[in-house]
Write a protein that binds this ligand. Structure first.
Ligand SMILES: Nc1ncnc2c1ncn2[C@@H]1O[C@H](COP(=O)(O)OP(=O)(O)OP(=O)(O)O)[C@@H](O)[C@H]1O
Ligand SMILES: [Mg+2]
Length: 356
């Protein structure tokens, strides 16, 4: 497994497009790192620079302390999986999976054994004699994952490997990808659009936007301590409720008719907006201190419902257990514990207590 250090890496394409800017990322040996971010934010460009498929414009990439910039892909001991599985159509599944071992001239008995084991893990044993054309999309993706993970390279690089599969299939394959990562003991760099998938497979998540790293942390950290408004709004489902009209007076701040203390030590930072996650709001009686609200739309989501409310500070969403769901038109107050109210400066940076 490899310890990967991406140091101040930028990528500007030949046509002048800046894809990645000043990226610093430290990926521990054996870590499963996910990259999340909107389309065009530089995820694939970063992966391709790690792979050696794309030149680095400036900066360094160290693998176990060695600068690999300029070294071709074949010298980097990596295995890659992309959304389009790139299988050899004229070879059967066994031969496709065995390819990396055949290329390394492993003994036949060992190849049979290792292909058999990984096919078992991926649930494709009964398809080993078929050609890829005779398989479903999900089965083909299992074959391409098996082929990538049959070796024990230093690094696995995966660019939305489950991207086009049906949801139930993605959920099933997540477990297997995580299990293979652990069995292989490699370092995994994994791009996805799907936050739930990122939370399920990864140790940590890097959130990118416009070519820059916004925050690196566990899903819990991204949810509970977003570094800025972008992360607060991009991560979390349903999205955080943001309130832009705040009135700060001395030691207090008002969000609509909800008055709450400013976090201690953050008074000079002047909050420009505040956010509360739907799961962190609670419904309280109209006589309680909080943000007065009227339920506008109830959206059931299994055992709970997302209730969209009108408030004097704008729209707010609260998650409520099915048993306690209000009716549309009901009035109440929304309250949240102070540690669940996030304040942001005009720049978007999160204001933390103790910054004065
Ligand atoms: N070969 C290229 N030449 C010029 N610009 C490119 C090239 N490849 C990517 N870009 C641009 O670089 C930026 C980052 O692209 P990249 O493919 O890394 O995004 P991404 O985060 O992987 O997006 P997606 O989620 O859509 O796959 C985009 O603005 C894209 O248009
Ligand atoms: Mg991409």
């Amino acid at each position: 497994m490899a310890h990967v250090q991406i140091r101040n890496v930028s990528k500007i394409y030949a046509d002048g497009t800046p894809a990645v800017t000043g990226l610093d990322l430290d990926i521990a040996a054996g870590e499963f790192l996910c990259v999340l971010g909107p389309s065009g934010c530089g995820k694939s460009s970063t992966l391709r620079m790690l792979a050696g498929l794309e030149e680095v414009s400036t900066g360094q990439i160290l693998v176990d302390g060695d600068d690999v910039v300029g070294r071709p892909a074949r010298e980097r001991d990596i295995a890659m999986v992309f959304e389009n599985y790139a299988l050899y159509p004229h070879l059967d599944v066994f031969a496709n999976i065995a390819m990396p071992l055949v290329a390394r001239r492993r003994p036949k008995a060992e190849i049979r054994d290792r292909v058999g084991r990984i096919a078992g893990t991926m649930g494709i044993t009964e398809h080993l004699a078929k050609r890829p054309g005779k398989l479903s999309g999900g089965q083909r993706q299992r074959v391409s994952l098996a082929r990538a993970m049959i070796r024990r390279p230093k690094m696995f690089l995966m660019d939305e490997p489950l991207g086009h599969l049906e949801e139930y299939m993605r959920i099933e394959l997540r477990r297997e990808i995580r299990a293979l990562h652990e069995a292989a003991g490699g370092t995994t760099f994994y791009i996805t659009h799907d936050q739930e998938e990122a939370a399920a497979v990864s140790d940590r998540i890097a959130v990118m936007s416009s070519g820059e790293l916004q925050q690196l942390g566990t899903m819990k950290e991204l949810i509970e301590r977003p570094a800025n408004r972008f992360v607060a709004e991009f991560v979390g489902e349903p999205p955080i409720s943001i309130f832009e009209e705040l009135r700060a007076t001395g030691t207090e701040v008002s969000i609509g008719d909800w008055r709450l203390p400013l976090p201690p030590g953050s008074r000079k930072a002047r909050p420009a907006s505040a956010g509360v996650r739907p799961a962190h709001f609670r419904i309280a009686g109209s006589d309680m201190p909080g943000l007065s609200a009227e339920a506008r739309l109830v959206q059931p989501m299994g055992e709970s419902a997302a209730v969209l409310c009108d408030t004097p500070a704008g729209d707010a969403t609260v998650i409520v257990p099915m048993a306690a769901v209000p009716r549309e038109g009901d009035r109440f107050r929304l309250v949240a514990a102070p540690e669940h109210v996030h304040f942001f400066a005009a720049s978007g940076r999160a204001i933390r207590s103790g910054e004065d």
